[in-house]
Design a protein around this ligand. Structure first.
Ligand SMILES: C[S@@+](CC[C@H](N)C(=O)[O-])C[C@H]1O[C@@H](n2cnc3c(N)ncnc32)[C@H](O)[C@@H]1O
Length: 268
């Protein structure tokens, strides 16, 4: 799957809206934000391909708006953050944890970010780059769900983002299920992203998991303009019960996706 596709853009927009709403929440008592991401990947993904339709489309809109990135008079934290990336092709595309890192720094938040990546081909160069660029994150060259278990013990996390590959071979769905139960028990807020593929070659994890989960979800249906098998037809974010209050504001804040001509539809 190419980085910056429809599913990625939706996922990141929802994630950033959530972080932003949490930080700006008047009921929030601390200026510190502790974020944990289980499946982190790299800082910035390789140059975007034309298949990366979500980000490419936003890039076009950025140019049409003379760099102002006002979409139908609309601004959000994701679009604001992407200003420094968009403008001309090819573009690099920041990964989720780096977007969160940039946003939290922008919001002047005192942050602690833990990220896991267990593939050495990805983690070794990323660790070096983090060091070279002086990025203040704890990047662990280890299994994200196992590492998260250690952190849950401290009960001191503001948000956990679980973003695995959903293939039969790579995802241990029972482990994800165990982790959500642990997070629920410890009242730790979390979001889990998952694709809803209609194509048979993809493993449909959530249909198995959903009946047992206590979480709520936001679903964004995507009707892409072409029939490429790489396009994700629908993607979802599962929200832990303690994050439910943010779902409606997020839906409202990203509802403009449906006006982009991308065929996105935020389900109520
Ligand atoms: C879907 S990508 C993550 C994308 C990233 N969260 C983003 O949105 O930009 C999944 C990443 O998780 C890594 N990965 C797979 N299994 C893992 C595990 N058990 N622990 C940590 N990372 C893992 C893969 O190597 C891959 O780089």
């Amino acid at each position: 799957m190419a980085a910056g596709n429809f599913g990625d853009v939706v996922k990141h927009m929802v994630l950033l809206e959530l972080v932003s709403l949490m930080v700006k929440d008047p009921q929030r008592k601390t200026s510190h934000f502790k974020y944990f991401e289980t499946h982190g990947s790299e800082i910035e993904h390789a140059k975007l391909l034309s298949k990366s339709l979500g980000a490419i489309k936003l890039n076009e809109l950025y140019n049409n708006q003379n760099g102002k990135f006002l979409i139908f008079g609309y601004q959000n934290d994701y679009l604001r953050l992407m200003k420094s990336y968009f403008g001309s092709l090819p573009i690099t595309y920041p990964g989720s944890w780096y977007q969160v890192y940039r946003l939290l720094n922008d919001l002047n938040t005192n942050i602690s970010i833990n990220v896991c990546e267990n593939d050495k081909i990805v983690s070794v160069p990323t660790l070096k780059e983090i060091n070279d660029r002086n990025i203040n994150v704890d990047y662990h060259d280890s299994d994200g769900l196992e590492k998260l278990k250690d952190h849950i013990k401290t009960k001191d996390l503001d948000l956990v983002f679980v973003d695995p590959y959903y293939t039969a071979e790579k995802t241990d769905k029972n482990l994800v299920f165990q982790i959500t139960n642990l997070l629920d028990t410890n009242n730790i807020p979390y979001v889990i992203w998952f694709p809803r593929y209609t194509r048979k070659f993809r493993f449909c994890f959530i249909e198995d998991l959903k009946p047992e989960l206590k979480c709520n979800m936001i679903e964004v249906t995507n009707k892409p303009p072409n029939k490429s098998s790489r396009n994700m037809l629908s993607s979802c974010m599962l929200f832990s019960a303690n994050l439910v209050k943010y779902i409606e504001p997020i839906k409202k804040n990203i509802s403009f996706l449906g006006c982009l001509g991308l065929g996105w539809e935020v389900k109520k």
